[in-house]
Ligand binder design. Structure first.
Ligand SMILES: [Mn+2]
Length: 427
């Protein structure tokens, strides 16, 4: 199924007048604060987020998995689904592949298909947390950190293979997330595990093409419940610095212990020019992978406030970030869920762009704590939805993507095309 520009324009026609009125009103009130609404709309229109190839089917939990029906069963169908998302939202212009769940058989044909939807290939992701049918060594006890050389070599070779797949598609970054760790005291030697990881990462790094970057993702626990080798941003930074200037840290919102100040981590990594990528999701307890902005939207805004500040004060030359949604769960239609996540990301970005930074810095200089909070919350409490809709409208996206998705019966059509009991690869 494809959504045409005509279908989108027909749909927008009905709501266009209301949008013009709401945008005009907001633009006037922002004008009074010295904020250029047009500039923000332009930034929002340019902002693109990668959709991971594993988020297009229903996710599972340890307790089961329920297919939503019409799930994509191959890479072509996954790219078609992202094409639908991008047509509706104009924000999903990239895909992040997970190897080996999505090995491109014919890279040229896959690239052409993605091109036809206006989609580029973002970071490629390796997987050494599961055993594949054809592999000599098991990752049960570790991969890049494993005590056995043969296991580490196999894991390094897999990452290099992922780089080669990515090169064929025009990707320019590799994301490494390790499940390596221990579930019980005494299981592993902390120092040796970390040293092995550093050496393995250096070997992968040596195979990176000149214009590539490597992102090192951290996570405090799960699947290991006593210790994880790359447990936090400090360990990720240490390993990235041990590799070289093309290695960066990757922050996944769900990969923190409860109440961690993630916005402060963002500020620190950008100050060092070492923040490479960002994985969006939301959570209440752990790595819950819930819809972005569904639980802690204020935290998301505070994080974007630091991202915007970091991008505007970039003396450490932090490169442009790779943005990706990393969320998947087992109840919602995954496409509707992704539309909600994309919207939440845009909202937080728009709110952060409204922050009056000079006034905030002046308040900080005078220890005016109350004013500092007022300035942040004034931005957060502004209804920025007309800005986001305007950005979509100007790129021929849908004013209300979920309403149009439902009006066109997209899921029903996908079920007709692909069947009710299809299951996409992923967790
Ligand atoms: Mn992640």
């Amino acid at each position: 199924m494809k959504i045409t520009t005509d279908q989108i324009q027909d749909f927008n026609q009905k709501e266009k007048a209301d949008q013009a009125e709401a945008f005009g009103f907001l633009k006037l009130s922002l004008d009074k604060k010295g904020i250029d609404a047009e500039d923000i709309v332009e930034k929002l229109a340019d902002f693109q987020v990668a959709i991971p190839s594993w988020a297009l089917g229903s996710g599972g939990t340890r307790f089961g998995r329920f297919s939503i029906g019409g799930e994509p069963t191959n890479l072509e169908q996954k790219i078609d689904d992202i094409g639908l998302l991008h047509a509706l939202t104009q924000t999903a212009g990239a895909v992040s592949l997970h190897i080996p769940w999505d090995i491109p058989g014919d890279a040229g044909a896959i690239k052409d298909l993605a091109d036809s939807h206006g989609i580029v290939f973002d970071a490629v992701n390796s997987n050494t947390f599961q055993d594949q049918a054809v592999q000599a060594q098991t990752y049960k006890y570790g991969s890049l950190a494993d005590r056995q050389r043969a296991v580490r070599e196999q894991a390094v070779a897999h990452n290099v293979e992922v780089i080669r797949y990515g090169e064929a598609l025009g990707s320019r970054s590799l994301t490494v997330w390790l499940a390596d760790g221990a579930s019980f005291p005494g299981q592993n030697n902390f120092r040796k595990s970390l040293q092995n990881t550093q050496r393995s990462l250096q070997e992968i790094y040596a195979e990176l093409p000149a214009d590539w970057r490597m992102f090192i993702e951290y996570k405090p626990y799960e699947p290991s419940f006593y210790s994880t080798v790359i447990q936090d941003w400090g360990t990720s930074l240490l390993l990235a610095e041990g590799c070289g200037e093309k290695a960066f840290c990757l922050v996944d919102l769900g990969h923190h212990l409860p109440n961690t100040n993630i916005e402060q981590i963002v500020a620190t990594l950008m100050m060092k020019g070492k923040l490479g990528g960002f994985h969006f999701n939301d959570s209440k307890y752990g790595d819950d992978d819930l819809t972005v902005g569904s639980i802690k939207p204020y935290q998301l805004f505070l994080i974007f406030n630091e991202l915007v500040y970091g991008m505007n004060h970039n003396d450490a030359l932090n490169p442009p970030l790779a943005w990706m949604i990393d969320a998947s769960h087992n109840i919602k239609d995954p496409l509707e869920d992704l539309i909600q996540s994309l919207e939440a990301i845009q909202l937080a970005y728009a709110q952060a762009l409204l922050v009056n930074t000079p006034a905030l810095e002046a308040a900080q200089a005078h220890n005016d704590v109350v004013l500092g909070q007022e300035l942040l919350q004034d931005a957060y409490r502004t209804d920025v939805r007309p800005l986001i809709r305007e950005a979509r409208l100007r790129r021929n996206g849908a004013l209300d993507p979920i309403a149009l998705y439902r009006q066109l019966s997209v899921r029903e059509n996908l079920i007709k095309e692909r069947g009710l009991k299809t299951v996409a690869t992923g967790l």
